[in-house]
Design a protein around this ligand. Structure first.
Ligand code: NAD
Ligand code: UDP
Length: 316
């Protein structure tokens, strides 16, 4: 029997990461989860701690990391991702996505590992092209409140390409669009956990701006499936793919869905729109469909139902 391959998942105790590490263990990989728990939680992985194929390292990727033994695949999911953190932790975000990504790319180079970077639809900024294709270069304000995240993710893409071009490291870049599901934090600040928590607590749902801005929401199991297809596909080194669900909804539509599924008659309360909040966002996933044979399967209503069940079961 061949030896199991080893995956290093940075950010593996976070929302997407905790689903990723479970799926990798189920698929027969060994997993090293590296996380500093700044937004992640041991609760997300506590059932895996006794698994002999799973190892947890509490470590900040801003600092260099030495790993014993082979590493075959590195998933870099380590970064704060909620807009409420952009004004609170700008330097942490900038350095994590630059020096942190650099530290992990050096491990990939040293170990001969394949590398997947979790980039973001935020590299498109407030897009002038709609829907967004991978060929679009984006419309990002380099000095605004979101710039610590948007620009450092753009820099992380540039770093990946430099390691690919200069050292031949096998890199793949995923531009992840708004993803939601179980294991998001109640107080994460992103729109889906906010609306669900508010509805379940009978509080008004907070709509920023007029609520007509759009987003495209991907259920986490679909997202993880897309990221794995991207990592394990042969012959696409150095390439970039949008991984998201093209269904597009206004925040008013999302609020109505959450109210309907929770059976809650919460009011809507309108708050200021954050600076540089993108007006619309929808991935063009033609490339992922054609090259990776991937497309999302879970409709928003179904994914919201599963997420609402998770939040109902959470002990506050
Ligand atoms: P999350 O906050 O739940 O997960 C991030 C994880 O990274 C957490 O466990 C956190 O503790 C860890 N982390 C952060 N900085 C670290 C550091 N310096 N060292 C070690 N660990 C660190 O967020 P998520 O939604 O699961 O996001 C995962 C990745 O996907 C992020 O890179 C994010 O930018 C990207 N992404 C997510 C979305 C989305 O909609 N969820 C969209 C686009 C991109
Ligand atoms: N939003 C909202 N109410 C909230 C939280 C967010 O109306 O309580 C809006 C936000 O202004 C944005 C959209 O929902 O237009 C998605 O926000 P999120 O923070 O989830 O992610 P983003 O796509 O902005 O990174």
């Amino acid at each position: 029997m061949s030896e199991k391959k080893t995956c290093l998942v940075a950010g593996g105790a976070g929302f997407i990461g905790s689903h990723m590490v479970r799926r990798l263990l189920k698929d027969g990989y060994k997993v090293i989860c590296v996380d500093n728990l700044c937004t992640g939680s041991k609760d997300n992985i506590k059932d895996l701690m006794d698994n002999p194929d799973f190892k947890f390292l509490e470590h900040d990727i801003k600092e260099k990391l030495a790993i014993d033994g082979p590493v075959d695949y590195i998933f870099n999911l380590a970064s704060r991702a909620s807009p409420i953190d952009f004004s609170k932790f700008p330097l942490d975000i900038l350095i994590t996505n630059s020096r942190g990504t650099h530290n992990l790319l050096n491990i990939a180079k040293e170990k001969g590992a394949r590398f997947l970077e979790a980039s973001t639809s935020e590299v498109y900024g407030d897009p002038k092209e709609h829907p967004q294709k991978e060929t679009y270069w984006g419309n990002v304000n380099p000095r605004g409140e979101r710039s610590c995240y948007d620009e450092s993710k753009r820099f992380s893409e540039a770093l990946c390409m430099a390691f690919y071009n200069k050292f031949g490291v096998d890199v793949r870049i995923a531009r992840i669009f708004n993803t939601y599901g179980p294991n998001m934090r109640k107080d994460d600040g992103r729109v889906v956990p906010n609306f669900i928590t508010q509805a379940l607590e009978g509080k008004p749902l907070t709509i920023y701006g007029d609520g007509k801005q759009t987003r495209s929401f991907c259920f986490v199991e679909d997202e993880v499936d897309g990221l794995l297809k991207l990592m394990f596909k042969e012959g696409i080194s150095g390439d970039v793919f949008n991984i998201g669900n093209p269904g597009e909804f206004t925040m008013l539509e999302l609020a109505e869905k959450v109210k309907e599924i929770t059976g809650n008659s919460s009011e809507l309360v309108f708050k200021d729109l954050p600076e540089d909040d993108p007006e619309k966002r929808r991935p063009d996933i033609t490339k992922a469909k054609e090259v990776l044979g991937w497309e999302p399967k879970v409709l928003l209503d179904e994914g919201l139902r599963k997420t609402i069940e998770y939040f109902k079961d959470l002990k506050s």
